[in-house]
Structure formats: C-alpha cells, structure tokens
Design a protein around this ligand. Structure first.
Ligand SMILES: Nc1ncnc2c1ncn2[C@@H]1O[C@H](COP(=O)(O)OP(=O)(O)O)[C@@H](O)[C@H]1O
Ligand SMILES: [Mg+2]
Length: 385
C-alpha cells in the first residue's frame, strides 16, 4: 500500500453528526486530512467520511486514543465530559476549543456567571435548587420564568417556561431526582432571536459574520435570515463586538456562535456554542467562507477566510422529519419546483421533528426567500399534500 501524502496536520472531529459531516465536506476542498470519531456507523458523518473511528465519542479511552492519533481535535457537540477533556489535555492532546473555553458552552450556570463577570448584557438569572428559590426569584422578575438544566440540554430539551409554582415544582422535583443543576432566568420580552458567529484562531485572528435572525419554534431553530433584516447598525455592531469580546475573553479557538435576544434597547446573550452552529448553515452558499471551512481554518491556526456575504440575503430553513418517512418523491418535487433552492440532506433516518437536512436560498428580497424556503421545508416534511 502506498504511503498517504499528508501536507496538512490531521484534524479529528469528535462526534459524527451533521456538523461533522458538513465540516468534512469543507475539509475536502481545503485538502485537510479529516477524520471522525463516531459512536455509530450510521451517524451522519460516519456514512461519508473516508476516515472514521468508531467508538464512544464521550468516553475516556476512545477519546484519548483518538486525540493521540491526531494533531488537532475539535468537536461537533459539547457532550464530552470535563474529566475526559482534562485527561486528554494532560496527555498532551491538542483540543480546539480547549477545555477552559468549552466549560462555558457545556454549562449554562458557568456561562451565566462568566457573562456577568464580563458585563455582557444578560437576563436576570439565578442558580436554584428548591421551589422556594424559584418562587422568590419570580416574585422579583415576575411569572412566567424560564427554568433551564445547566447541562445536557439542546434544541429546547432542558428548557421549561413555567407559569407558576405548580409547574415550577414539577421541574424542580424532576431535576433533583436526576441530579441536574438548574438555573432560572427571567422570561425576556424579546422582539426576535438573533445569532452571530465569530471564528477565532490561536493566533488571535478573528472573523465575524453578519448578525442573523433565527426563528425558533418549540425550542428548535426553523429558519435563519442572514443578515437579520432591519437590524439597527448599533445593535448589529454591538452583537458582533460582544461575540468578539467573548471569544477573546474565553480564549475560544474555532467558531463561536452567540445566541442573542433582541430587545427594544439592546441585545441580550442567550447561550454560547463553540462549534459550527445551525444558525450558520446559511454560510455554505451565503458567505465567501462557510462556517465549516472557517472552523477548520481556525482550529488549524490558518489565516481565516473572508466572512463576506455572497448575496443581499440568504435564508436557510431546517428540514424536519414528518410522519411519512418516504421523502424521496417530495425531495424530487422540491428540486423541480424551485431550482434556486439548495437542498442539503444529512443522511439521517426520518423521524418526526428530527433535523434531517436544510435548504438555502439566496437573493434580494428576504420575504420572498423566506416564503420559498418555508415552502420547500414544509413540503419535504409532508405538511402539504
Ligand atoms: N430567558 C429566556 N427568555 C425567553 N425565552 C427564552 C429564554 N431562554 C430560552 N428561551 C427560549 O428557549 C429557546 C431554547 O433555549 P436555549 O437556552 O437556547 O436552549 P437550547 O440549549 O435548547 O438551545 C431559546 O431559543 C428561546 O426561544
Ligand atoms: Mg439555544
């Protein structure tokens, strides 16, 4: 067998989900030597990557062995436990982002504490262990309040908007039984949700993307409009500067996504993700450098690419599984109906509500783009007969 000709360092991504799959896709163009640690051979990235290690993508032995086999290790999720990350770093493994940064994406209590230290605009919040704590917080902030599991949540799992003590009590009891630390936040009266991506390299170079609007339903991101229409320049700059400051203060390497709420006067930090993020999928077609390419450049300490946009607006809509798993006929129809729509599938089995892909469409009129993206997504889901 001939020797593989390696010209760039070996990047390993922990987790075989769609973020890993799309990062791999970007890595092909860059010529990056990319491999995946996936839990299952049918994971989204494991289905396509040429170099797949099957193993426990959260467990010490497999993560450690994987890190030893790569020059740089990065993540498609934040679920690798801290003791595992510590062991990898102590063994000389190079994690990007590193454990000290990742802690703030893994744990919402820590994140809130750190945001307060940085004076980043945040909702009122408090760590809570009893119903009394929640009730006394709600007396000040007013019901409803938002209870959150500090760790382990995603796509709205681990977030409960509670109207009063009875509902809050149920959440507190369940969290106590499962030993999940909780925090409570005031329910922010936001006009919409925003997100901003910034990439930061170990050299300290940063590249920030335009602020986008994210449309969430039931805790799941449904659509993204890039850039956020009619966002004031002051708020856009504020959001971008905040993202840069957070990336620097937390020593993030790779892509950082900051989820925000827009309020009448300001923007407010909701949460952080230190990896490519659903709110950045638009950038595959919509920006000179996609978030996936940018993440690879950043974790490899390469010069970053331009985050400039390719069109006045890009709209992305997530494809969620519906009741009918037979999407192929509808897939065909969506392509035929609007050839401008770019369809992305993640190779995942169809289950109701599961993110199985996304569509992207670019142009001048975001309302028209939104309508077309929504139409494609709802048709693929099987909502239209
Ligand atoms: N303090 C809050 N006030 C109002 N809505 C909130 C608040 N926190 C979260 N939400 C809503 O719940 C969604 C999910 O919360 P988030 O903390 O982002 O959890 P996840 O980790 O599941 O993404 C948010 O996108 C937003 O729609
Ligand atoms: Mg979120």
């Amino acid at each position: 067998m001939s020797e593989r000709n390696r010209i760039v360092p070996r990047v390993g991504m922990i987790g075989g989900g769609q973020l890993s799959r799309m990062t791999h896709q970007a890595g092909i163009g860059l010529g990056v030597d990319f491999s995946v640690l996936a839990a299952d051979p049918t994971d989204s990235a494991a289905l396509v990557a040429g170099d797949v290690t099957l193993g426990d993508d959260r467990g010490l032995d497999d993560v450690l062995a994987f890190a030893k086999a790569h020059d740089v290790v990065t993540f498609d999720h934040e679920h690798v436990p801290e003791p595992v990350l510590r062991a990898v770093e102590e063994a000389g493994g190079l994690l990007r982002p590193g454990r000290d940064a990742l802690r703030f994406a893994q744990d919402k209590l820590r994140m809130r504490t750190r945001m307060a230290e940085l004076d980043a605009p945040s909702p009122r919040w408090r760590a809570v262990t009893t119903l009394d704590h929640v009730a006394s917080f709600a007396e000040e902030a007013g019901w409803p309040v938002v209870l959150k599991a500090s760790r382990g949540g995603y796509d709205g799992k681990g977030v409960w908007v509670v109207d009063g003590p009875e509902e809050a009590g149920e959440v507190v009891d369940r969290a106590a039984a499962e030993e999940v630390p909780l925090l409570v936040e005031e329910k922010v009266a936001f006009s919409r949700e925003l997100a901003v991506q910034v990439a930061r390299s170990p050299h300290g170079q940063v590249a920030v993307y335009p602020v986008v609007e994210t449309v969430q339903r039931g805790g799941i991101c449904h659509e993204v409009i890039a850039p956020a229409p009619d966002l004031s320049e002051a708020k856009a700059l504020r959001a971008q500067q905040l993202a840069i400051e957070i990336a620097q203060a937390l020593d993030v390497t790779g892509v950082l996504a900051v989820e925000l709420f827009e309020t009448a006067e300001d923007v407010v930090v909701n949460e952080l993700a230190m990896r490519p993020h659903n709110s950045g999928h638009w950038s595959i077609e919509g920006a000179r450098t996609s978030q996936f390419e940018q993440h690879l450049r950043a974790v490899l300490n390469l010069p970053l690419g331009s985050p400039r946009t390719n069109a006045p607006y890009t709209v992305m809509a997530n494809l969620l599984g519906g009741e009918d798993p037979d999407v192929y006929r509808r897939y065909l129809h969506v392509m035929a109906k609007d050839p401008e729509v770019k369809v992305h599938f993640y190779g995942k089995g169809v289950r109701p509500g599961r993110k199985i892909g996304h569509v992207t469409v670019m142009g001048d009129d975001y309302r028209d783009l939104l309508e077309r993206a929504r139409d494609a997504a709802s048709y693929l889901r099987g909502d239209q007969k």
